[in-house]
Write a protein that binds this ligand. Sequence first.
Ligand code: PMV
Length: 335
Amino acid sequence: MISKVTVTAPANIAFVKYWGRRDPARAIPANPSVSMTLSRCRTVTTVTFVPGDEAPDRIAVVDADGIAMEATGGFRERALAQIDRLRAMAGSRGTMRVATRNTFPTGAGIASSASGFAALTVAGARALGLDLDASGLSRLARESGSGSAARSLFGGYVEWPAPGMGPEAGAAPIAAPDWWDLRDVIAVVDRSEKDIPSVEGHRRAASSPHWSARQSLLPARTARVRDAIGARDIDALGPLLEEEAVELHIIAMSSIPPIFYWKPGTLRVLDEVRGLRGRGRRAWATMDAGANVHVICEAEDEDAVAEALRSLPEVEAVIVDGVGDGPRFVEEHLS
Ligand code: PMV
């Protein structure tokens, strides 16, 4: 019987970054990472499984106007490989048709691969009748090559690998969404796809002369991030977010060969965030592997932060988001 499943899965913003792998082939991370799951930035994916059919699999990307185009490049290859992995696990034969749509700019440092591969993994597993819990799905999402997808399986505040588990473990929540109503005001300074995908950044990371210093700093910093979340202490968390984001980019910029993700608008926003703090706002910036800046604050500062960022000529758009839930099944299919 044909099965059709649609899932919406969230993006996430890393507070402690995953950058570098101990096992490149399987996306086993060099260090534990901690993230906040987002609410509005999501991917919606419909998977249709036609058992016994021998037609090639199809991966369509649906744009904001509802126009579907066949996916290309690295995303297509990884999505086809993930489908094969799921089908092999289920021991099934048949064709998978996938349609996927993001609610935010793709490949612009807003973790579209995390939400995309989380949604594909959850929808594909259900369409094939695989019986996996969230932890198993998280491990499987990581196998897609987008390690941060492992964290998008859960809402709230998430650590990957799960605390106390080995490096191969999936992610686990460390606090529920309603534990702390943090906001993420995202300044989009560049909508284009990044030139160097994060998979290449992970590969080059250990070539940076600063890599070993980062590894020695991470355990204490990660513990302080966990503690700050546990205490809902933005004044403790904020400086750690900036330290961590800048360090990720130091590693990227000093990798061999170097990778520059920042654009002039990135520095302009970082300057504005320092200005906001000078005016009494408790707001701190973080960036993933891209030019866009995520400004983390509490609800009371959200409007002032968004207004300040919108006034900057370098900022193309401001997305106001906050902490959200994990993946869910929905009835409205994309195709
Ligand atoms: O999941 P990947 O392979 O796209 O790597 C994500 C890397 C960062 O976004 C820079 C950091 C992170 O932990 O999300």
